[in-house]
Ligand binder design. Structure first.
Ligand SMILES: [Zn+2]
Length: 462
C-alpha cells in the first residue's frame, strides 16, 4: 500500500509542474498593487526588486522580523521561511507615480507604465513562476510574459530569465492589438492619449518594420514580442528614445511624438534598429559592440532592402557611421572602449557594424553567395536562440563559425576586439566597389565583388 501511495504521489508530482504562484491584484484607480507569492517547496533565498521599491512598499507580510527589513533597499531576504510558505506585499503606486520618472513609473491618460520589478519581485534562481493577475473592470495589461489560456482571469508564465533583466508593464486604459507578422505576432500596446488614426499609424509602422526585420530569416525572430509605444507629446524627433528589454520575455519600448505622420516614423531609423536587436539573443553588456553593431548594420541595410533608402544612400549612411566611429577612436582597444561606457558610443556601435559588414562580405565571397550574415542568423535562430540566457561575444561568434564552417567571425573578433584602431575597411570597400567621395559615396560597378555589394542591399529572395 505504501508503495502504491509512493508511486501515485510520484506520478502526481510529475504531472503537476512545480512552480511558484503569484497572485497580483491592482486596486481600482491603480493607486496600489498587492502581491501574494506562494513558493513551491523550499522558498528562494531572496527576491530581487527595483532599487527604489522599498521606499513605496506599504507592507511585507509572512516573514518574521518585518516590516523593518522591508524598509531597506535591495533584495528582500527570505531566510527562515518554511517550505511552501507564502509572502505578501503591497506597493503604493501613487507615491511612485508622483516622482514622474521614465525609469520607475509614469501615469499617462488612465494607464500606468512601470518597471516590473517595482512590484513584481522575483527570485534570483530562475524558478518557474505562474502569475495570476486581477485588474479593475475595463482595464487591460501589457506584459512581456507568455499568456496562458486560463479558466479564470489572466494567467502568465514569465520566461525564466535572470531577475536583474529589466521589463516594463503597462496597466489601465490601453490600446492593445496583435499584429500578425511572418511566423508570429507582435503584441502592440499604445500608452497615452492617441486618436484612432494615430493608432493605425503605429500599427502600420510596427508591421512594416517587423516584416522588414523578418525578411532576414524568413520569419520574425521572437515569438509574441511585447511592443510598447508610449505617446509623450510633441518632441524634437519622432522617436526620441527606445530600447529593447529581455526580462520575462522579449520587448521593445518606444517613446514617441504621436503628432508625427507615418512618413516621419518610416523615415526614422530607431524601430529598425531596435527590432534588429531581436535577431540576436541577450549579449553581455561587456560585448555591447556586438549587439549594437548588428543593429546599426541592419538599421541601414534593411532600409536599403525595403526601398526606404536608395542603394547609394544606404551605403552612405553606413559610411558616415564608420567615419563617426573612426573619429571617436582614441587608441583604446574595442574591449576597453566597451567597458568604458557611454562616452565611447560611436566607437562601440560602428566598430561592431564594420565587423558585421566585413563578415557579411567575406561569407558571401568565400561561399560563392551560398552563405551570408542572413543565413547564419537564420540557422542560429533555428538551433540556438534561447531567450533566457546571455551570451559573451566570443562565444556567440564561435557559434556563428560552427554554423558557417568558416572562421570568419572568430578571425574578426581576434583582429578587432583587442585592437586600438577602428576596423580597417579599405580592402572591403575596394572589393565591393564603395568609393568614398567628398560628399557622398560612389558605387563602382566594375569592382571585383560589386555583385556582393548589390546582393547585400537586395537581401534574401522571399
Ligand atoms: Zn541598440
Amino acid at each position: 500500500m505504501r508503495q502504491l501511495i509512493a508511486i501515485l504521489s510520484l506520478s502526481l508530482s510529475l504531472t503537476v509542474q512545480a512552480e511558484d504562484r503569484y497572485q497580483v491584484k491592482f486596486e481600482p484607480g491603480l493607486g496600489s498593487v498587492s502581491v501574494e507569492a506562494c513558493f513551491d517547496g523550499a522558498p528562494p533565498r531572496s527576491l530581487y526588486r527595483h532599487g527604489e521599491s522599498w521606499r513605496f512598499t506599504e507592507y511585507v507580510r509572512g516573514i518574521d522580523g518585518l516590516p523593518s527589513r522591508a524598509a531597506r533597499p535591495g533584495h528582500l531576504k527570505l531566510s527562515g521561511l518554511p517550505e511552501d510558505a507564502c509572502v505578501e506585499w503591497k506597493v503604493n503606486l501613487s507615491e511612485a507615480l508622483a516622482e514622474n520618472s521614465h525609469r520607475l513609473a509614469l501615469k499617462l491618460n488612465g494607464a500606468i507604465l512601470s518597471d516590473a520589478d517595482l512590484w513584481f519581485w522575483r527570485d534570483t534562481e530562475r524558478r518557474p513562476i505562474r502569475v495570476e493577475l486581477e485588474l479593475p473592470a475595463g482595464m487591460s495589461v501589457s506584459t512581456p510574459w507568455k499568456e496562458q489560456a486560463g479558466k479564470q482571469g489572466l494567467v502568465f508564465r514569465p520566461e525564466r530569465t535572470p531577475a536583474s533583466w529589466s521589463s516594463r508593464i503597462a496597466v489601465g486604459e490601453l490600446s492593445i492589438q496583435n499584429i500578425a507578422v511572418k511566423g508570429t505576432q507582435l503584441r502592440l500596446a499604445v500608452v497615452g492619449k492617441v486618436s484612432d488614426s494615430q493608432l493605425s499609424v503605429f500599427r502600420q509602422w510596427m508591421l512594416e518594420t517587423a516584416e522588414c526585420v523578418a525578411s532576414v530569416e524568413g520569419s520574425f525572430p521572437q515569438p509574441m514580442a511585447q511592443i510598447l509605444v508610449v505617446a509623450i507629446g510633441e518632441q524634437n524627433e519622432a522617436v526620441p528614445w527606445a530600447h529593447v528589454m529581455r526580462g520575462g520575455g522579449v520587448a521593445a519600448e518606444f517613446f514617441v511624438d504621436e503628432t508625427r505622420s507615418l512618413e516621419e516614423f518610416r523615415a526614422d531609423w530607431t524601430a529598425t534598429h531596435e527590432l534588429s536587436h531581436m535577431l540576436l539573443p541577450m549579449v553581455s553588456s561587456r560585448d555591447r559592440w556586438l549587439s549594437e553593431g548588428l543593429a546599426s548594420y541592419y538599421q541601414n541595410v534593411l532600409r536599403g532592402r525595403d526601398g526606404r533608402l536608395e542603394e547609394a544612400a544606404a551605403w552612405q549612411k553606413l559610411h558616415a557611421g564608420f567615419e563617426r566611429g573612426k573619429r571617436a577612436t582614441n587608441g583604446d582597444s574595442l574591449a576597453e572602449a566597451t567597458r568604458s561606457g557611454w562616452g565611447a558610443i560611436m566607437r562601440i556601435y560602428w566598430s561592431g557594424a564594420a565587423m558585421f559588414l566585413k563578415a557579411d562580405a567575406r561569407l558571401r565571397m568565400l561561399s560563392g553567395g551560398a552563405q551570408s550574415l542572413d543565413t547564419v542568423l537564420s540557422a542560429f535562430q533555428a538551433c540556438c536562440l534561447d531567450a533566457s540566457r546571455s551570451w559573451r561575444g566570443r562565444e556567440l561568434f564561435a557559434a556563428f563559425d560552427r554554423i558557417s564552417r568558416y572562421t570568419v567571425f572568430t578571425d574578426l573578433y581576434d583582429e578587432h576586439v583587442p585592437d586600438g584602431e577602428f576596423p580597417d575597411l579599405a580592402e572591403t570597400y575596394a572589393q565591393l566597389g564603395l568609393v568614398p567621395g567628398t560628399k557622398t559615396i560612389e558605387l563602382d560597378p566594375e569592382a571585383p565583388q560589386s555583385k556582393v555589394r548589390v546582393e547585400i542591399m537586395q537581401g534574401p529572395s522571399p
